[in-house]
Design a protein around this ligand. Sequence first.
Ligand code: ATP
Length: 241
Amino acid sequence: PTGRPMLELDGVSAGYGPVQALSAVSVRVMPGEIVTLIGANGAGKSTLLMTICGDPKPRAGRIVLEGKDIAGLPTHAIMRLGLAQSPEGRRVFPRMTVNENLVMGAETLGSGGDRSAVLGEVFALFPRLRERLSQRAGTLSGGEQQMLAIGRALMSRPRLLLLDEPSLGLAPLIVRQIFAAIRDLNARTGLTVLIVEQNANLALRLAHRGYVLVNGRIAMEGTGAELLARPEVRDAYLGGG
Ligand code: ATP
């Protein structure tokens, strides 16, 4: 795709005290794309998503969301600009019901947003959530909690959805269902998605393009198919298969 990127990271470095977690990372996400970032444990994947959201703040580089430089802005200001995140470990509010969790996600929807319409879209994507509306989120299965975390992120009608390891700890069948839902949503609505994954095989099949993060640096980039075919990717992330 051509035109203005939805999101562009240009030479971004970030870290924690003496730890340099990201070094000169450049990543581009075009409108309507699903882009995945794969990498081993500790490569800096979560840090990259958190840096986009403003915490930690980048030490160098530019982060441009739809033409606006957001580097250095506080998280709450960034979240109002049309971005939503489903964090690693699917942090739903365990004592609140499914419905209450979803309503919380709509907080930044604004007065112009039609909450029941958005709720309908989330139920169309994950019908299971409608069946569990009054159930406490902490009693949902792992897969249902992941659906809820994504559903909650969608409640703000984001233009860019950030997903941190949606497959983590879930059975393969559930992972395939969740990835299929993300693909459907992208195909139907053109929602732009940046997804961080250790499950490189599924993530590269889902994504239009991908980046490989090694020790906080981008080591490779390409279409999902190109990266899946690279011997280095197969050896390091796909068990050599
Ligand atoms: P994983 O898949 O295991 O979640 P990741 O690729 O998401 O890994 P990060 O969580 O971004 O990696 O971690 C990148 C580096 O930053 C690691 O060396 C980690 O130990 C370090 N790090 C992460 N969070 C902090 C923190 N709050 N304070 C200090 N160091 C941190």
